[in-house]
Design a protein around this ligand. Structure first.
Ligand SMILES: O=C1O[C@H](COP(=O)(O)O)[C@@H](O)[C@H](O)[C@H]1O
Length: 243
């Protein structure tokens, strides 16, 4: 694993750097493998990034978009990560429906939806149960409690290591989420984190010793590249080079 931490001045610089990095990964992936696969994060931080991506001229037919987590709500619900992404990015570009891979939220039981998305990923990547196929980029945010995707502190989802997708839990509300081993199988994981409220959790995520069940973002240790892109409000206490 190679870890790079970049502390950017403000949110505009942070988003510009995230865009630059993603564009470089798109170019490499399409050149080397003919397509680019990305899993997106939800929350508020990535919205301007998605807007910035939507203004690029890209080979949309070669780009496949997945989500790393989703609230268990209908796609038109204001809390839906899919809705936010569609409004900020996907509805603004000429990307075909076959390239958009939303997390299903219409099963009677969230566990059935998780299993359905897992099967969809296995079909897309031609992988077998137990295999962890690599996405080109897994974009992540981090909550001020140290959660990432919908891997919340001290929840059952943190124990799931034999699946790609599982059911997360936020204040007794189900969510669908990538498991941490699946996130770790990505070629490149990019955290984009902004705001002073993230500082205490970041200090624990980068501490030499801390509990992974309390700070789930510590579980993200991909074999490939790991990038932490932080604005100064979030990251000014951190050293820029983790080796
Ligand atoms: O709950 C969520 O929040 C995290 C962080 O969101 P942010 O608003 O602080 O940027 C996000 O990564 C995750 O996808 C989302 O479901």
């Amino acid at each position: 694993m190679s870890t790079k931490i970049e502390v950017l001045g403000d949110q505009t610089t942070l988003i510009a750097r995230a865009l630059e990095l993603i564009l470089s990964k798109i170019e490499i992936a399409i050149k080397e493998r003919g397509q680019f696969t990305i899993a997106l994060s939800g929350g508020s931080t990535p919205k301007p990034l998605y807007e910035a991506i939507s203004s690029q001229k890209l080979p949309w037919d070669k780009i496949h978009v997945f989500w790393g987590d989703e609230r268990y709500v209908a796609p038109e619900h204001p809390d839906s990560n899919q809705l936010m992404t569609r409004r900020a990015w996907l509805d603004r570009v000429d990307i075909g429906p076959g390239n958009i891979h939303p997390i299903p939220t219409d099963e009677a039981d969230p566990a059935m939806a998780a299993a359905k998305y897992e099967r969809h990923l296995q079909e897309f990547f031609h992988s077998s149960p137990g295999e962890f196929p690599p996405l080109d980029v897994n974009l992540l945010g981090m909550g001020d409690d140290g959660h990432t995707a919908s891997l919340f502190p001290h929840t059952e989802a943190l124990k799931v290591t034999d699946k790609l997708i599982t059911v997360g839990n936020k204040d007794a509300n189900p969510r669908i989420t990538f498991t941490y081993p699946f996130i770790n199988s990505a070629r490149c994981v990019i955290f984009v984190v902004a705001g002073a409220n993230k500082r205490p959790a970041l200090a624990q995520v980068f501490a030499p010793v801390a509990d992974e069940l309390t700070y789930p973002s510590r579980l993200i240790q991909p074999e490939g590249e790991l990038w932490w892109l932080l604005d100064a409000a979030a990251g000014s206490d951190l050293k820029k080079d983790a080796g």
